[in-house]
Design a protein around this ligand. Structure first.
Ligand code: GDP
Ligand code: GDP
Length: 438
């Protein structure tokens, strides 16, 4: 099941970042351990009781003038409405209720999505509680007093937020159709690709960047099998600010990837693979989804017999954190290899949920250990007792060892490679959990 998405909306300085940090702890990043990919604070995974959700900060408002703040808040709220399952609307007891709050509250009330109204900086309930009641005037439910800085009231807030998850979860449950997210920078050809797969001009594609349309999920049948394509091109943000556009395309990617089984990361062959592509691909990697890199506009570049290898090398270099990803060179315009995409989606789906029997895994591990001695430190040598697969999507393995400290990343990588030699697992990441057994 996909993780719910929660978005935080609010005026500058109400304490959104502080709340974000309080909830996300150390785990704030776009891609961990991914060289060349800058750490960013756009989204984070949050756990509360037995639930996890993705928190996104639609943020980035510069407090310049009042008019700008309101229009930016509206945009922010719109992003939240388009992408989130639950919206946290944050206000500030010190600033009190301001006009922009009321206007945004109107927008949120109309959208019909669950909204949790939070009043921050209530550092002392005694002192501020009467001021909190004022926020009932927004007409979007009970205001929940919190102090993000001193982590007060956070539990009550999370209870309120997570209460809404169950309603949403039901909708997608039971839908066995594979979900494929098409992600990538603006103008790489996501809409064109969906169009081509659909085989009809149902979707309006335009030469002008910034065209909008409504449909987001598209049903496509291929050889009697139905797929749901999640298209992030649909909701497009018009902005001249590069950072804002990037932020928006990342938020879109996060929410689409969350719901997907397989992610097709579309790259522009003319431009080549970029850092922005790496960020987007990193989201799919972090979430353990099946991944296909589709290098689009292959028709538009001059080729010789080395072109494909040059492109592949460059992609492998920039996306070095996901060597397992499948790469396909396509043209949404001419349809070159777009059929192959479906075959690849099927393979990747299968690999992402493949289970290997414990007996076979242990045979491979024993053989691997015999071929390359495990590392040792200060006279203590790593012993590997047992390996078993505990989960799929992505395939997740637990390895029992004598001492966790001795299990180096490079040795885990070595075992991963032996497992991949045996079973392939193309297009999916593998997860390893190391446990000690004395
Ligand atoms: P953002 O612009 O909404 O992301 O707001 P920030 O998280 O950057 O916070 C703005 C200011 O409010 C900072 O100086 C924070 O230290 C302060 N702040 C945040 N939460 C609290 C709180 O619970 N109590 C108090 N007194 N100050 C807070
Ligand atoms: P999106 O923003 O990712 O949805 O990109 P679009 O599908 O709107 O395409 C952006 C531009 O690239 C349009 O002008 C398309 O005609 C063009 N385009 C898309 N796919 C291809 C392709 O395979 N080859 C070429 N030459 N142009 C393409």
């Amino acid at each position: 099941m996909s993780k719910p998405v929660v978005a935080v909306v609010g005026r500058p300085n109400v304490g959104k970042s502080t709340l974000f940090n309080a909830l996300a702890g150390e785990r704030i990043s776009i891609v961990q351990d991914t060289p060349g990919v800058t750490r960013d604070r756009i989204y984070a995974e949050v756990s509360w009781l037995d639930m996890t959700f993705t928190l996104i900060d639609t943020g980035g408002i510069e407090p310049e003038s009042k008019d700008i703040i309101l229009s930016q808040m509206r945009e922010q709220a719109q992003i939240a409405i388009d992408t989130a399952d639950v919206i946290i609307f944050m206000t500030d007891v010190h600033q009190g209720l301001v006009d922009a709050d009321s206007k945004v509250a109107d927008m949120l009330r109309r959208c019909g999505k669950p909204v949790t109204l939070v009043v921050n900086k209530v550092d002392s309930f005694e002192k501020y509680m009467t001021d909190v009641y004022e926020f009932y005037n927004l007409g979007i439910g009970d205001p929940i007093p919190i102090s993000a800085a001193s982590r007060l009231g956070i539990g009550d807030m999370l209870d309120e937020v997570t209460k809404h998850f169950a309603e949403n979860a039901k909708e997608e449950e039971g839908d066995e159709r594979p979900k494929v997210a098409i992600v990538g920078k603006p103008n790489v050809g996501k809409s064109s690709l969906i169009n081509h797969l659909l085989g009809e001009e149902r979707v309006i594609v335009s030469e002008i960047a910034g065209t909008t349309r409504d449909a987001v999920d598209t049903e496509i049948t291929w050889q009697d099998r139905e797929y749901i394509f999640i298209d992030t091109a649909g909701l497009r943000k018009k902005s001249k600010i590069k950072e804002e556009l990037e932020r928006f395309s990342i938020i879109r990617a996060v929410t689409a990837v969350e719901r997907a089984d397989v992610v097709v990361v579309v790259i522009d062959a003319i431009e080549g693979v970029t850092e922005q592509d790496a960020k987007i691909a990193g989201i799919a990697h972090e979430r353990g989804k099946g991944i296909i890199i589709a290098v689009n506009k292959w028709d538009a570049i001059e080729k010789d017999d080395k072109t494909i290898y040059k492109h592949t090398d460059r992609i492998r270099q920039i996306l070095s954190f996901m060597p397992y990803a499948e790469i396909l060179f396509i043209s949404a315009k001419t349809g070159q290899r777009t059929r192959k995409l479906f075959d690849m989606i099927d393979v990747v789906l299968e690999n992402n949920s493949m289970r290997i029997a414990t007996g076979v895994l242990n045979e491979i591990m024993t053989e691997a250990v015999a071929m390359q001695q495990p590392p040792s430190d200060k006279g203590k040598r790593l012993k590997l007792f047992y390996i078993t697969q505990v989960a799929v999507k992505p395939p997740t393995f637990v390895i029992f060892v004598n001492n966790k400290e001795l299990m180096h990343f490079s040795y885990t990588r070595y075992l991963e490679n032996r497992i991949r030699d045996a079973f392939g697992f193309q297009g999916t990441s593998l997860k390893f959990i190391i446990r000690e057994r004395k």
